[in-house]
Design a protein around this ligand. Structure first.
Ligand code: NAD
Length: 470
C-alpha cells in the first residue's frame, strides 16, 4: 500500500513490512518514507490550502458525504484489513469502520456550521459607530500523527475535521497498522485538490519530527503515548498542538452498586482490544464490603471471554500488537504478584497473546496500576467507602476518562465533580465514546479536545473585521 503525496500514489524501493500480530505473517508493506518525502508533502499542502479555501463549504460537505458512502460500500474489506494489521477481533474492527463512517458524516455536517459572530463594539470606549464581526478561517496546514490501536477512526478524527475546516493535512500513521488508512486515503484524495490530503509512512523520529519542527505546518494533532507527546510538545515550539495521550482510567464500584452492571462494564472495558485502548478500564476501585462478591462475579464472566483467532467472529480477545508488548504485561503482572497481589484468573502469556486476567488485593503503588498497562487486565484495588475511592482514583498522573457504579445520586454527582478526568461516566465504563462528544484528557493524558465539532474549533482561527459607519 503506497503513500499519497501531492495527489500522487508514491512508492519507494525500500519497504517496511506490516506484520499480522496473530500469526507473524506479513500482511502488506509500505514505503520507507524519508525526510524528502514529507518535505514534498508539506510543500504540496501549502499550495493546496489556497485551492481548498476557494471551494465552497457545500462542496466540501458533499465530498465528505461521498467518501462516507464509498467507505460504507467496502466496510467489511476495511474491517478485515484492520484485524489483519492490528490483531483486533473482527467485530471490534467492524465497529471501528462503522464509527469511522460516522466521524466522516459528522464532519460533513459540521463543515456547514463554522460561524463567526458580531461584536458589540460600541460597548467599549471609542467603539460607537463601528460594526465588528469575526470570520472563522482555516489554520492552513495540519500535521496529524496517529497510533496503532484504532488506526482508521483515530486518523479520521484528524483528517475529516481538518478538511471540513478547509485545512490541508499530512498524516503520519503508525507503522504497525498503516494499511487501512492508506487505502482510505487513496479514495479520499481525488475528492480534494492535489496536496490537500497526504499520507507519509516512515519512522516517527524522522517523518514525525520533520512535521513537528517544520515552520510550514500550523498545527500538530497527535494521538499516542505520553512519552512521544511530551517530546512533541517540547519540539513544536510556537505551533498549536492537540495531544490525545495515554490513560489509566478507574472504574469505581461502591457498596450500593448494581454489581452485575459493574461486572459487565468491567469485562467490556478491561478486555476490549486486549486492553490496548487509551480509555480501557485500567484500575478497579472496589468497596471492601462488596469486593468478594464483585471479584467472584468478575472471574465467572472473565471465564466466558474467548481469546483466539481475531478473524473468528466469536473471538473477544486477540493478540497484543507484538511480543514485546505482551512480555511487558507479563512483567508488570509478575511484579504485582511478587508484591502481594492475588491471581484470581488468567496470568498466562503465549507469544503475543496474554490471557484475560483478574488480580485482587492490588495496591495503588504497584507499577501495574501506577503506569498505563496496555493489556487485558482487571486489577482490583480494595477501598473503604466513597472518600477513599475518589482519593485512589485521583492518585495518578493521568486523567483521561473515568467511571463510577452506584445507585446513590449524591455520590454519583460528587464523583462527577471530584474525579479529575476529562470525562466521568455514571453507571457506564470509561470506554464509552460517541464520535461527536468532547473527548480528551486532563493532566498527563493530554491537552485539547477531539470529537468532530471540538476538533474543528482547534483547527480554525478567528479574524476580526471592523467597519467604520461614522
Ligand atoms: P506511540 O507514541 O508509540 O506512537 C504514536 C505515533 O507517534 C506513531 O505514529 C509513531 O510513529 C509516532 N512517533 C513516534 N516517535 C515520534 C517522534 N519522535 N515524533 C513524532 N512522532 C513520533 O503510541 P502507540 O504505541 O502507537 O499507541 C499507544 C499509545 O497511544 C497509548 O499510550 C495509548 O493510551 C495512546 N492512545 C491515546 C488515545 C487518546 O485519544 N487519548 C487514543 C489511542 C491511543
Amino acid at each position: 500500500m503506497n503513500m499519497l503525496i501531492d495527489g500522487q500514489i508514491v512508492d519507494k524501493k525500500e519497504k517496511i513490512p506490516v506484520i499480522n500480530p496473530a500469526n507473524g505473517e506479513t500482511v502488506g508493506e509500505v514505503p520507507f518514507g524519508k525526510k524528502e518525502d514529507v518535505k514534498k508533502a508539506i510543500d504540496a499542502a501549502n499550495r493546496a490550502k489556497k485551492d481548498l479555501n476557494n471551494i465552497s463549504s457545500r462542496k466540501i460537505s458533499q465530498a465528505l458525504e461521498d467518501i462516507a458512502q464509498e467507505l460504507s460500500k467496502h466496510w467489511k474489506e476495511f474491517a478485515r484489513l484492520i484485524t489483519l494489521e492490528s490483531g483486533k477481533p473482527i467485530t471490534t474492527s467492524q465497529d471501528e469502520v462503522k464509527r469511522t463512517i460516522d466521524t466522516i458524516k459528522l464532519s460533513a455536517e459540521e463543515s456547514k456550521r463554522i460561524y463567526g459572530e458580531t461584536i458589540p463594539l460600541d460597548a467599549g470606549i471609542g467603539g460607537k459607530g463601528f460594526i465588528g464581526f469575526t470570520l472563522k478561517i482555516p489554520l492552513g496546514v495540519v500535521g496529524a500523527i496517529t497510533p496503532f490501536n484504532y488506526p482508521l477512526n483515530l486518523a479520521m478524527h484528524k483528517l475529516a475535521p481538518a478538511l471540513a475546516a478547509k485545512n490541508a493535512v499530512i498524516l503520519k500513521p503508525s507503522l504497525q497498522a498503516p494499511l487501512a488508512i492508506l487505502k482510505l486515503s487513496h479514495i479520499m484524495g481525488p475528492y480534494f485538490p492535489d496536496g490537500a490530503v497526504n499520507v507519509v509512512t516512515g519512522k516517527g523520529s524522522v517523518i514525525g519530527e520533520e512535521m513537528v519542527t517544520s515552520d510550514l505546518i500550523d498545527k500538530i494533532s497527535f494521538t499516542g503515548s505520553v512519552e512521544t507527546g511530551r517530546l512533541i510538545s517540547q519540539q513544536a515550539a510556537m505551533k498549536k498542538i492537540t495531544l490525545e495521550l495515554g490513560g489509566n482510567d478507574p472504574l469505581i464500584v461502591l457498596e450500593d452498586a448494581d454489581l452485575d452492571k459493574a461486572v459487565e462494564g468491567t469485562v467490556r472495558g478491561s478486555y476490549i482490544g486486549a486492553g490496548q485502548v487509551c480509555i480501557a478500564v485500567k484500575r478497579l476501585i472496589v468497596d471492601e464490603k462488596v469486593a468478594d462478591e464483585f471479584s467472584q462475579l468478575l472471574v465467572k464472566e472473565t471465564q466466558k471471554v474467548k481469546m483466539g483467532d481475531p478473524l473468528n467472529s466469536n473471538t473477544n480477545v486477540g493478540p497484543l500488537i507484538d511480543e514485546q508488548a505482551a512480555s511487558e504485561v507479563e512483567k508488570v503482572v509478575f511484579e504485582a504478584l511478587s508484591d502481594g497481589a492475588e491471581l484470581l484468573y488468567g496470568g498466562k502469556r503465549e507469544g503475543n497473546f496474554y490471557t484475560p486476567t483478574v488480580l485482587d488485593k492490588v495496591t495503588a503503588s504497584m507499577r501495574l496500576v501506577k503506569q498505563e498497562t496496555f493489556g487485558p487486565i482487571s486489577p482490583i484495588i480494595r477501598v473503604n467507602g466513597f472518600e477513599e475511592a475518589i482519593k485512589v482514583a485521583n492518585n495518578t498522573l493521568y486523567g483521561l476518562q473515568s467511571s463510577i457504579f452506584t445507585e446513590n445520586i449524591h455520590y454519583a454527582l460528587r464523583a462527577a465533580q471530584e474525579i479529575d478526568a476529562g470525562a466521568v461516566m455514571i453507571n457506564k465504563q470509561s470506554t464509552f465514546r460517541t464520535d461527536n462528544m468532547p473527548f480528551g484528557g486532563f493532566k498527563m493524558s493530554g491537552m485539547g479536545k477531539e470529537g468532530v465539532k471540538y476538533a474543528i474549533e482547534d483547527m480554525i482561527r478567528t479574524k476580526l473585521v471592523v467597519i467604520n459607519t461614522n
